[in-house]
Design a binder for this molecule. Structure first.
Ligand SMILES: NC(=O)c1ccc[n+]([C@@H]2O[C@H](COP(=O)([O-])OP(=O)(O)OC[C@H]3O[C@@H](n4cnc5c(N)ncnc54)[C@H](OP(=O)(O)O)[C@@H]3O)[C@@H](O)[C@H]2O)c1
Length: 405
């Protein structure tokens, strides 16, 4: 290594700096001596080799405490080796603090799989359920996340119809990662007219909204619809879509600010359910007739009141439980008004590739045409997922929340 050009003042400059800073300086001198300019491909390859060697040196050191420190310090300052990525992992159930920012190994895609470098990741209340154990993960540790958009960086052997460089969206598991391996048939292409951040915040929430208003209960002109958490990620889309289908929309929210947003999204009436009795208000708004359908994602706190808001033969669509799981419902509670009750899940409305493409296609078409306004009201670095979870659970967010790797 041509150390001849190393500045004699270097040891003085680096004496109070992290040891890795000096090692990086040595690396730069070495490369310039080799004639590699920074950011050239040779420089990058050389950097990768250098980095692997440094990790090897650190891990084969005889002082275990220093070894861990050196590896961690280096990891925060330099890109990871090509088979390692940063991801959020959960080793045990609990509060936001169980979301750990870690280095994880990622392999190459197998047959039928692709490797995707995520550009943006949608935050969903579902991620909270998995973190707390309301929904069960397949095992530990697991990487949460069900909504992301990224660029394909590798395709499995023999795979056709998808190429490196394609921008794809996925409404599936393990998305809180810089890169992930996905089944190719689980992703959908993202139209170039849609910003990846917007697409990442609407792929799962938009497809959920689509099946709720178009298939689970078909909203039509003349219907009156009650949407709880109307300013939330799904709630905002539900208000807009139900309004566009010609329904009268009643939304519930917790604050005045959220009420203003729900109004803008097409809610004809907004009830602040933390201050007002929403059952009495719905009764008043509908002149005692009740609503055709309730889209209830709040669960425990609203379930009983939602049933009371329905008209005869009305539809109770219980599709979430942000306040907790509702208590068991006796059949007699439905018999009182010949009500319909369903507890639907998106995965049962996209069981085939055709269903997935049709649903996602309709969502992207509405977003691209401006018929569906996606509100990305909050972004956080992926490494700060714990903070994002705390804010979502604390009812501090509205619209969509996006994590940026
Ligand atoms: N079934 C499916 O396939 C499916 C798919 C996607 C999403 N979902 C469900 O859709 C719902 C909305 O998801 P999202 O990601 O868009 O979240 P979100 O609606 O943006 O956030 C949850 C909202 O729920 C309201 N809320 C009421 N009581 C709460 C409490 N005790 N703790 C926390 N929040 C409370 C809050 O709005 P206010 O402050 O206005 O009360 C809060 O902002 C979730 O229940 C989720 O499980 C279901």
């Amino acid at each position: 290594m041509g150390l001849g050009r190393l500045s004699p003042l270097a040891p003085l400059y680096f004496q109070n700096k992290a040891p890795t800073a000096f090692v990086h300086y040595l690396f730069l001198v070495y490369n310039l001596n080799c004639g590699f300019t920074p950011f050239s491909s040779k420089f990058k390859t050389s950097f990768r080799n250098f980095q692997n060697k440094l990790l090897f040196l650190c891990s084969s050191s005889s002082a275990p405490g220093n070894q861990r420190l050196a590896v961690r310090e280096f990891a925060t300052q330099a890109p990871l080796p090509p088979n390692m990525v940063k991801a959020i992992r959960v080793h045990e159930l609990g509060g936001p603090e169980v979301l750990k920012w870690e280095d994880v190994e990622i392999g190459e895609p197998n047959k039928g799989e692709i490797r995707v470098k995520n550009k943006a990741i949608g935050l969903n209340f579902i991620d909270v359920y998995f973190r707390k154990g309301v929904y069960k993960a397949a095992g530990f540790p697991f990487t949460p996340g069900v909504e992301a958009v990224g660029v394909v960086t590798a395709v499995g052997p023999g795979l056709t119809g998808i190429q490196v460089g394609d921008v794809v969206a996925c409404a599936g598991g393990g998305s809180y990662a810089e890169e992930q391996i996905l089944p190719a048939d689980a992703v959908v292409p993202v139209p170039s007219s849609i910003d990846p951040v917007i697409a990442a915040s609407v792929i799962l929430k938009g497809m959920t909204t689509q099946f709720l208003v178009r298939r689970c209960f078909k909203v039509e002109k003349g219907h009156t619809v009650l949407v709880h958490a109307a300013a939330g990620g799904v709630g905002s889309l539900l208000c807009q879509w139900a309004n566009a289908l010609g329904a009268t929309v009643i939304g519930t929210v917790s604050t005045k600010e959220k009420a203003a947003q729900a109004k803008e999204d097409g809610a004809d009436h907004v009830i602040i359910y933390t201050e007002e009795d929403f059952v009495a208000r719905v009764n008043e708004i509908t002149s005692g007739n009740g609503v055709d359908v309730v889209y209830d994602s709040v669960g425990k706190d609203t379930f009983e009141g939602s049933l009371a808001c329905l008209k005869l033969r009305g539809y109770m669509v219980s599709f979430g439980q942000s306040s907790g799981t509702p208590d068991p419902v006796p059949l007699s509670a439905l018999a009182a008004k010949s009500l319909f009750l369903t507890r639907p899940t998106l995965k049962h409305y996209k069981t085939t590739r055709e269903e997935l493409l049709e649903n996602a296609g309709e969502v992207f078409m509405k977003v691209a045409s401006g018929a569906l306004r996606v509100r990305v009201n909050h972004t956080y670095p992926l490494s700060q997922a714990a903070l994002a979870h705390a804010d979502l659970e604390g009812r501090k967010t509205s619209g969509s929340v996006v994590l940026i790797p």
